[in-house]
Design a protein around this ligand. Structure first.
Ligand SMILES: C[S@@+](CC[C@H](N)C(=O)[O-])C[C@H]1O[C@@H](n2cnc3c(N)ncnc32)[C@H](O)[C@@H]1O
Length: 445
């Protein structure tokens, strides 16, 4: 009987090959030799492998390796275990197309073999959506939830045989921050990672703020940052010399980070719900208003409850702009905000930002930028809403053009002359002290 195959119980041939450390051809040979039988997917007919069968093969392989290693240890040394031809150890030698058995390929024992085994179940470890990061690639988007150490908050070493957690300092580097900003004794690793996970990488923030300043030089060289988080956007404003009058965030952890040796005075940082702040005293004195209202309601993985969610502060932005009347504003959010599903709501917010009060007019556009293009070793796309007071829309468009022209990196294979390839995790972590905690990749029992 054909029953639907659950992807949690079955894996494809390339995943099975990767897991067992053999080639796909070897798996086909094992099929012919009846060593490991795949099943056919009932709909597309693909060759699939039962995760449970892989478990038992791994067990056999491990016993075989252990026996070979033992024989070899006794005879020669500990180094080249599989050079001993022991076809009977588990009966799992490779078979050629004619079904003839071959001695195993020599397998060098690695340091990883001596480490504790992978702590995830096979199904979790093989889940293609949540794999540890690759040393020689940029990270996937760093998230606040990395504080709970999901698989993506771990990194495989360059050989792909062992993995460990990222430390909070490393997460800061992946976000383009100087790790110093979170070196605050009373904060836990989890608090530091959580705060960093939400941040706008400063190199990207700088490009956008420079883009705005190039088109619209500020007459008041001042800034206010709302929902300031760890201060990524604020770093961008500070980099062009804007003086912060106020930075607001509701989190005490972010308050501590924002007050810790940053380019703005500690007494400009306020820990508060932004909806409770009276901004009227700043009216007409502010060059740039920036901020990252919480993005959870909009994230692709979130519940997508949009403006019904308590954390939706986007709806409050027009009244804050009306109170402050900044020369320009810059707001950041997740790409999901610009998706089809959320378009109507975003359009409504933009409409209100264009005329936040009867006498106020802003030209407002959105742009999507990737932090990896600015030297951050992470693929992090974000939506930016830029508004310029009493200016034509073409000027806002040029702000984005200017920010784009400041791009210094591109996707491998990109064709733009003079741009380097995206930085990798290894590019920024190589040479740093190893925080340890390595485990063996991949699940062995
Ligand atoms: C996406 S992060 C901001 C990132 C930040 N703009 C940056 O540049 O790094 C959202 C921040 O909004 C803060 N927040 C959430 N609700 C808030 C509220 N009602 N008032 C003030 N801050 C709030 C959170 O504590 C969090 O730090």
């Amino acid at each position: 009987m054909n029953r639907p195959i659950s992807t949690r119980d079955f894996v494809k041939i390339h995943e099975a090959a990767e897991l067992l450390g053999v080639t796909e051809q070897t798996l086909r040979n094992w099929d012919r030799a009846r060593k490991l039988k795949p099943v056919r997917h009932p709909i597309n007919g693909y060759r699939m492998y039962r995760v449970a069968d892989l478990h038992s093969i791994l067990g056999e392989l491990e016993r075989s390796e252990a026996q070979s290693a033992f024989q070899f240890d006794a005879a020669i040394s500990d180094d080249f275990a599989a050079s001993v031809h022991a076809p009977d150890a588990a009966g799992l030698f490779d078979f050629d197309a004619a079904g003839n058995s071959e001695p195993p390929q020599p397998q060098r024992k690695t340091d990883a073999d001596r480490l504790p085994p992978c702590h995830w179940s096979l199904e979790v470890a093989l889940d293609p959506k949540h794999r540890p990061q690759q040393w020689n690639a940029p990270a996937t988007t760093v998230r606040r939830d990395w504080r709970k150490f999901p698989q993506e908050a771990h990194v495989l070493d360059v050989t792909g045989t062992k993995y460990r957690r990222f430390s909070s300092s490393e997460v800061a580097l992946l976000q383009g921050f100087d790790p110093q900003v979170i070196e605050i004794p009373h904060l836990t690793e989890r608090e530091r990672i959580g705060a960093m996970g939400d941040a706008v990488p400063p190199p990207l923030a700088q490009a956008l703020v420079r883009g705005i300043a190039a088109q619209r030089p500020f007459s008041s060289r001042t800034a206010i940052e709302i929902c300031a988080g760890s201060g990524g956007l604020a770093e961008g404003a500070a980099a062009i010399g804007l003086e912060h009058l106020l930075l607001v965030d509701a989190s005490a952890t972010c308050e501590a980070i924002l007050k810790h040796d940053r380019p703005w005075p500690a007494n400009s940082v306020k820990c508060s719900d932004v909806r409770k702040v009276d901004f009227m005293g700043f009216r007409g004195r502010v060059g740039l208003l920036s901020g990252g209202p919480p993005c959870q309601p909009w994230s692709r993985s979130g519940f997508r409850r949009g403006n019904e969610d308590d954390r939706d502060l986007l709806g409050s932005l027009p009244s804050i702009v009306a109170a402050i009347e900044p020369e320009a504003f810059l707001f950041e959010n997740v790409p999901g905000l610009a998706s089809e599903q959320n378009r109507a709501y975003l359009n409504d917010v933009i409409r209100r930002l264009r005329a936040p009060d009867r006498h106020l007019k802003y030209s407002v556009l959105i742009g999507i930028f990737n932090a990896a293009d600015y030297g951050v070793p992470q693929i992090r796309e974000r939506v930016f809403i830029v508004g310029l007071k009493d200016a034509p829309a073409v000027l806002v468009s040029r702000c984005f053009d200017e920010a784009e022209s400041l791009q210094t990196y591109q996707q491998p294979g990109g064709m733009r002359v003079g741009l380097k390839r995206w930085r990798t995790i290894g590019d920024v972590l190589e040479g740093r002290a190893d925080p340890g905690g390595w485990r063996r990749w991949i699940v062995r029992s």
